[in-house]
Design a protein around this ligand. Structure first.
Ligand code: ZN
Length: 55
């Protein structure tokens, strides 16, 4: 069963297996629905990860 992941750039949830791009930041892998979202994240990772401080 595929794990669900969330694209922090556009907020879309999808199966990990169908991710179009990944980016590693601070030891964690982030998944994206498209390379466009991946590029946006790569430019400003702090902007997107700031919202995700639940762990
Ligand atoms: Zn996206």
């Amino acid at each position: 069963m595929a794990e669900k992941v969330k694209d922090l750039v556009c907020g879309m949830e999808f199966d990990k297996d169908s991710a179009s791009g990944t980016f590693e930041y601070k030891g964690k892998i982030y998944y994206f629905c498209s390379l466009g979202c991946r590029d946006k994240f790569a430019k400003e990772p702090d902007k997107y990860t700031a919202h995700e401080r639940k762990e």
